[in-house]
Write a protein that binds this ligand. Sequence first.
Ligand code: GDP
Ligand code: GDP
Length: 437
Amino acid sequence: MLPTLALVGRPNVGKSTLFNGLTRTRDALVHDEPGVTRDRNYGVCRLDEDRPFVVIDTGGIAGEDEGLAGATAKQSRAAAEEADLICFVVDGRDGPTALDDEILRWLRKLARPTLLVVNKVDGIDTEAAINEFVRFGFKEVIPTAASHRSGIDDLLDAVLPKLPEQGQGEELDDDPERVRIAFIGRPNVGKSTVVNRILGEERMIASDVPGTTRDSISVDLERDGRKYRLIDTAGLRRRSKVDEAVEKFSVVKTLQAIEQCQVAVLMLDATEGVTDQDATVLSAVLDAGRALVIAINKWDGLEKYQREQAETMLSRKLGFVDWAQAVRISALHGSGLRELFRAIHRAHASATREFGTSEVTRAVEAAYTANPPPVIRGHVAKMRFAHAGGSNPPTFIVHGTRLRTLSETYRRYLENFFRKRFKLVGTPVRFVFRESD
Ligand code: GDP
Ligand code: GDP
């Protein structure tokens, strides 16, 4: 499970700036895609690739308990109460304020592990700024200037040892043949219907995975002779708590399920098209580099013109992930499921395919020969050799000179060239460029 860090503090101290600094992805490509929206409050910090964690930007903690402000405050408090670690963010220029004191009192009552972050120390005496907060009594105080990206690494160094390790290992990787999938999407798209339909057909061989907690229920099943694990299946959770008519959509659970799966099945509702919330979930899958299958549900009962409308909408909004297979299904009638599993299998095979050094180098050479990068001020980027750098997603490490000058367009060209050449379907593809002298 991904650990969680909550940023807590009064308005304007720099929480969201800090949040952006922690959660920005190294995948600039994904960032710039039109149609990708990001949740402003939840993100995953991947600055240390081996230790990702969820960052929650809580809005105002203090404030009246009524109306919209009250609702925000309640949500923020709930998020902080569940976090593994809290960063109490204060403004090093303003010094302590009455509102800081109020939050401090609340944090003391909460008694969760907490760090003090003194932000906005750019251009001021850091030592003096920190000293103003001595009476808050924190053992660990991290000065940052979030808007200058300064202090973020120190903050990370302070945060990581305090987060629980992700006991992923044995529980998840016991059987390399088993494909870990997660059905994700916003509320009411049909996740629990599809999961129950799948399990209903396979009930005999489905079994709960031991060791999973009440909050995360995974189920193993076999289908057409292949083994799967359904990760953190919201539908099952709901089935066991029948009185809770609608379970609250949990962003953190979704992020955790994405992290644990190999193939994410993003469910959409054909009758509603692609909403901002869908795009947010999608961007989380892309950031995590997971293989992706898009299941367009509720395809039953649509009139012909509605289907056409849906198709147009989907290709317009999802054109940038055209490498992912989109399968039209009806969870209600159980149609399209065979095709869905075929797509899942294909995505998994692409995402986990192994690549030899010579085939990768040959592919780079072929791409280069077919379309060399443009000459920039008398120089041209050269790619010398390449090799595989990991799977799920397939990662290719290219060595050469002036690779920094390769444009986005050229990088995309390379990506598409590799996709075609290696018939990669349903998975992001990553390139890492290394300068060699
Ligand atoms: P939030 O309300 O706590 O989320 O605060 P924001 O992140 O929105 O920041 C509030 C203001 O402070 C914005 O204008 C930021 O640009 C500015 N700010 C954030 N971090 C820093 C910093 O490290 N130094 C300075 N000088 N300004 C900052
Ligand atoms: P979840 O919140 O994503 O788990 O969504 P549910 O599985 O609870 O489904 C939400 C609503 O959509 C329920 O009323 C389902 O009966 C309905 N629904 C789910 N799948 C389909 C489908 O394929 N076709 C139609 N017409 N309705 C569906």
